[in-house]
Design a protein around this ligand. Structure first.
Ligand code: 13P
Length: 250
């Protein structure tokens, strides 16, 4: 089996000012020095510049939490790929369930954003996940397969190789209710099999799949130890220095 480098990304959501971001990242640097995991912080747009500066000389990569798919123009309030790339952004989270739910992002928009992220030489972290109602109705597998296929429409195999997919069951986000390692693995396996159907085994074996939803230092090792889970997308716990550092060294 191909060795996949573990990737742990903190999704700060709408938290921390630029000054707080800078202080956090400077403090995190020495704490992750010996970690073999790829460490990413997805900070608010306005904190990207200071975060990139603070991360210099370390392996911490800075991500954006969203991006618009058009390059420029009359799109008041939006931020484009060239703007993010110019700041030194390496990853962009696309299709987080909060964006789908509160900001009306459809699967089509998610797909357009994924294409735009590649166009500007960054890498997407594409989020998929089911609601509790879908899980209870036995629709998890069907929904996840649909979301993955919709997000990947039109991508080349070379692009898919660089993809990170985050499985975030909506019922586990910010609720303290983590999926069990077995539940998370089951769905991450479905994601990998879906990529395999579309792009073949070689590609599916290098795509990295994260689990997200109430990841903490105390449950990260078990989750990340599963065959098809290559790291985590961490919300609340990524705002706490010791906790996040501990998760990156699981
Ligand atoms: P929590 O870790 O706070 O549950 O958030 C998960 C998440 O949405 C990460 O993108």
């Amino acid at each position: 089996m191909d060795k996949r480098k573990r990737i742990v990304a903190g999704n700060w959501k709408m938290n921390k000012t630029p000054a707080e971001a800078s202080a956090f990242i400077k403090a995190l640097k020495p704490m992750i020095k010996f970690s073999r995991t790829e460490v990413v912080c997805a900070v608010p747009f306005v904190a990207i510049q200071t975060a990139v500066t603070a991360s210099r000389g370390s392996r911490i990569k800075i991500a954006a939490q969203n991006m618009y798919f058009e390059e420029k123009g009359a799109y008041t309030g939006e931020v484009s790929g060239p703007m993010l790339r110019d700041l030194g952004v390496k990853y962009v989270i696309v299709g987080h369930s909060e964006r789908r739910e509160y900001f009306g992002e459809t699967d089509e928009i998610v797909n357009k954003k994924v294409h735009a992220v590649y166009k500007y030489d960054m890498r997407p972290i594409v989020c998929v996940g089911e609601t509790l109602a879908q899980r209870d109705a036995g629709l998890t597998a069907e929904h996840i397969r649909y979301q993955v296929k919709a997000a990947l429409v039109g991508l080349t195999a070379e692009q898919v190789k660089k993809l990170v997919i985050a499985y975030e069951p909506i019922w586990a986000i910010g609720t303290g209710r983590t999926a069990t390692a077995e539940q998370a693995e089951e769905v991450c396996r479905i994601i990998r099999m879906t990529v395999k159907e579309l792009y073949g085994k070689r590609i599916s074996s290098v795509v990295r799949i994260q689990y997200g939803g109430s990841v903490k230092a105390e449950n990260a090792a078990e989750l990340f130890g599963m065959d098809d889970i290559d790291g985590g997308l961490v919300g609340g716990a990524s705002l706490k220095l010791d906790e996040f550092a501990a998760i990156t060294s699981c």
